[in-house]
Design a protein around this ligand. Sequence first.
Ligand code: ZN
Length: 67
Amino acid sequence: MGQESDQPRLTKRLRCCVCGDDTADASDYVQITLTAEPSAAQQVLGAHAEHLNQILAPGFSVEVHLM
Ligand SMILES: [Zn+2]
């Protein structure tokens, strides 16, 4: 077991942090990584891109990049 990169990469989808619904079938699922400088703490959130756009301030938008 080697050292993973410091970027958390979850294999399981998280629930949408906006609506709380399961995202297993979501086509616009996005993962957000929050950092708390200067510490190395990271918090990962999942969300539907559409819902995320609804709570972001004007001017911010989320793009979905399908892998
Ligand atoms: Zn949602």
